[in-house]
Design a binder for this molecule. Sequence first.
Ligand code: ATP
Length: 639
Amino acid sequence: MGAAAQGYRTILATYLKPQRGRFWGLAIALLGGIGLQLLNPQILRYFIDTAIAGRQQRSLVLAAGAFMAIAILQQGLAIATTYFSETIAWRATNTLRLDLARHAMDLDLAFHKAHTPGELVERVDGDVDALSRFFSQFVLQVVGNGLLVVGVLFMVWREDWRAGVTLSLFALVAFGVLGSLQTLAVGPWGTYRQISAEFYGFVAEHLSGLEDIRANGAVGYVMDRFYKILRRWLAAFHQARFTSTLLWGSTVGLFTVGNAIALAVGAYLWSQSAITIGTVYLLFYYATLLQDPIERIREELEQLQQAQASIQRIQDLLGHQTQVSPGGQGVLPTGALSVELEEVWFGYEEVGEWERGRVGEWMGERVDGWASGSIDESTTETDKADKPHPPIYPSTRLPTYSLTHPPTYPPTLQSLTLHLPAGQTLGLLGKTGSGKSTLARLLLRLYDIQRGQICLGGVNIAQVPLRELPHHVGFVTQDVQLFQTSVRNNLTFFNAHIGDRAILQTLEDLGLMPWLEALPQGLDTELGADSGGLSAGQAQLLAFARVFLKDPGLVVLDEASSRLDPLTEQLIERAVDRLLVNRTGIIIAHRLKTVERADQILILEQGQAVEYGDRITLAQDPNSRFAQLLRLGTVAGSI
Ligand SMILES: Nc1ncnc2c1ncn2[C@@H]1O[C@H](COP(=O)(O)OP(=O)(O)OP(=O)(O)O)[C@@H](O)[C@H]1O
């Protein structure tokens, strides 16, 4: 509770500060309304006693008028409370949502691979939603209703100490009983929320993979899992509702007892002529008045408990730092960029969710270990002494470490070195899974390498601000993502400095004008879920257009491996030719024709360079793998 309360205070302070004015408005409305509740019973008592005493009718009319005026004022304050609390809640939660979304966008790919989109939706929306009440009401409700309880008891004590003692004891018992009953409901509601997060994760994941699910005839299997989650969800809901209803029933019973006690004490005191009949009613009224604030406080604390998990998850997400460093002050030159890789090592992180926070630590340990040679690579001490450099992974087995934790980065790329002069093109070949796309991702620093260095235009990319790199490196993947926004935005990525003339010229050059002209509103056409009817080849052409408009010094192209119709293939050929003019290119090639453009060839196998050199020299060496491939007439298959 301590950590949660601290977390809650931090979140409250951050998101409520900008709304100080509204918060005070809410405080006045809420506390004013609570204060008026204490006043009305006094007027009622005066009314009853005055009526029984048979005094002037004018006093009765005035009392009734005051009662009604207070009731109307109470309603007005209730409206103001709702207005202020809703506005505060929406503004605060929207700001928090924005912060979470921005933070999630900045997190590295390793994080996004480990978390489903549905899970993130639940974090950014579901958990934040669960907090809206806290932003708007929690503190004021707890403080205000606490004051109301104290105020009611004070009023009762003022009337008669015996009534005061009885109702104070009752209030204490009520808090205790309701508090312990409430803990019963926490578990079932926790389970319910957990299944709900699972459900949304499941739906998001399977909707995005719909094409594969259908193509593989897995609809029945998916529906079966869907029904199973729904069944568990319903059972969890029943259980949670049942405990809540039990709690509600117990509360009603408890306060009925409270009312009976107040009536009994009142009747006794009246029979002793200690109080008037109006005061008996006053005691009864105050006893009923205790119910609302005690329940409210209990409810708020219950919601706080339920929201603790949300606060925790939100803090976890906000506290999750990207493992990719933000870079330094390095500036990349303009124009074609040379590419230099020196002894580059990289492995994808392989740890479970709960271990994530420690990855940085382990990496530090491991890098230090390498530097100091303290890692036991299953070699003798003499071996180690002979090796001035850190140990190198053998390709077939992982080293063992004298560290407390197991290695977490099995290498995907090993000891990779290449030098590609500015303006030249590298053809990157290798079997599936050999590490070609990984190398491309590293050039954009979607992941940070664990060892070695990568320089573009002579500048170490680890020193270049992370946000700068995409301006200098264009990446065309096979799986082109189109977004449900206008064609223009899809091409410029919301860069308003790129004018329509440049866009149209680029589309013309790429042969995409017939496609654009067929769209109802040209560049303003919103691409729907079907991406404007684009084929895979056309979508890749659109991705080429993005790169042209960005004009980077290095282009990395993962060539479409699917069969293209002759016209699209021709368009792509032309586009690639143009793309490589005055730029450095790295092409993950799937067709011989593309490879013919390359100045250098790099063949990867299990993350290692098994052949690297000048294309023509390799082609002329009958023993080279590249020459074998050429003889086979393919670069796509196995070597
Ligand atoms: N995000 C990831 N997390 C963990 N491992 C990954 C990730 N992406 C790729 N890998 C693994 O890294 C290795 C290299 O994958 P990569 O995608 O770079 O190969 P590739 O040569 O581009 O293959 P393909 O030609 O099929 O695209 C594979 O073993 C793959 O399973």
